[in-house]
Ligand binder design. Structure first.
Ligand SMILES: Nc1ccn([C@@H]2O[C@H](COP(=O)(O)OP(=O)(O)OP(=O)(O)O)[C@@H](O)[C@H]2O)c(=O)n1
Ligand SMILES: C[C@](O)(CO)[C@H](O)COP(=O)(O)O
Length: 253
């Protein structure tokens, strides 16, 4: 990182308030364990691993704020426990909302003044490598108002006419796969632009960059990473454990 990076302040907001319905019954998804450690802690460590990130705001399940604070205090984190000011990275916990969008806005509301850039990172993407995090920050620092990491698609994609009754869905079109990307997080934003988007854009979106698109501002893509996949369904847990086992074998971590 250049000298300039010392004056460019970046915070990370981690929405972690979802239930994880698609993962099946159990604790809220972010609190479920991967290799014995809550998914959320992996995600927090992934953000704090970047030297550019000086504050991590965790948006907890609405009834899980105290539990999340305890988890952050119990697990080793770069910069020390929540509230500590002696370390490089500080941590805050706030309660989340009904939707991902609302949870992100509540996390943004908790940010103290003085941040240039904000990352928004799903707790459900616990294994994103630090190089991907840094690539996103770098592109924001270079002037992009919004940056998303993304990967080309491995499958052919069909546009269909959805059928709620379970009957076969008619195919309407086959979009050119070369122009499509599967979008991941952390997504990175100019701070003021993201705050404006959350204050003014109405209607639901599935990612924060979608709000910037609705403002008519540019969003750019940097390469994502296979290990930044989202833990959504039960098989994703198996994959995440396998990735961690491979890291342990390779790095002794
Ligand atoms: N009200 C919500 C809903 C989701 N999220 C967070 O948004 C991220 C991405 O959402 P997703 O993977 O869809 O999580 P869930 O909403 O928990 O999953 P599901 O739709 O299966 O319930 C997750 O880290 C999740 O905790 C959130 O903070 N607040
Ligand atoms: C933000 C996101 O992870 C980017 O791929 C995704 O849009 C979240 O969507 P979900 O339907 O809430 O999983």
């Amino acid at each position: 990182m250049s000298d300039e990076s010392r004056t460019f302040r970046t915070a990370a907001v981690i929405p972690a308030a979802g239930r994880g319905v698609r993962l099946g019954p159990g604790a809220p998804k972010a609190l479920r364990a991967l290799n014995g450690t809550p998914m959320l802690i992996h995600a927090v460590r992934a953000m704090a691993a970047s030297r550019a990130v000086s504050l991590v705001v965790v948006v907890a399940p609405p009834d899980g704020e105290a539990e999340v604070k305890n988890l952050l205090a119990e697990h080793a984190l770069p910069g020390g426990p929540p509230g500590s000011s002696w370390g490089r990275t500080e941590y805050l916990v706030v309660p989340g909302g009904e939707s991902r969008q609302e949870s992100v806005r509540l996390g943004l509301d908790a940010l103290p003044p003085g941040f240039d850039a904000v990352l928004v990172h799903d707790a459900a993407r616990p294994l994103v490598p630090v190089d991907t995090v840094d690539a996103v920050i770098e592109a924001v620092r270079d002037g992009a108002p919004a940056v998303v990491p993304a990967l080309p698609l491995a499958d052919t994609v069909k546009q269909v006419e959805p059928r709620a009754d379970g009957s076969p869905e008619p195919v309407l079109a086959t979009p050119d796969r070369a122009t499509l990307r599967a979008v991941q997080t952390p997504q990175g934003f100019d701070h003021d632009t993201l705050v404006r988007a959350h204050a003014t854009v109405t209607g639901s979106v599935t990612d924060d960059a979608g709000m910037i698109e609705r403002l008519g501002l540019p969003v750019v893509v940097v390469p994502g990473h296979e290990e930044a996949f989202k833990v959504t369904r039960p098989l994703d847990l198996v994959l995440a454990e396998a990735v961690l086992a491979r890291r342990r074998a390779n790095d002794g971590f």
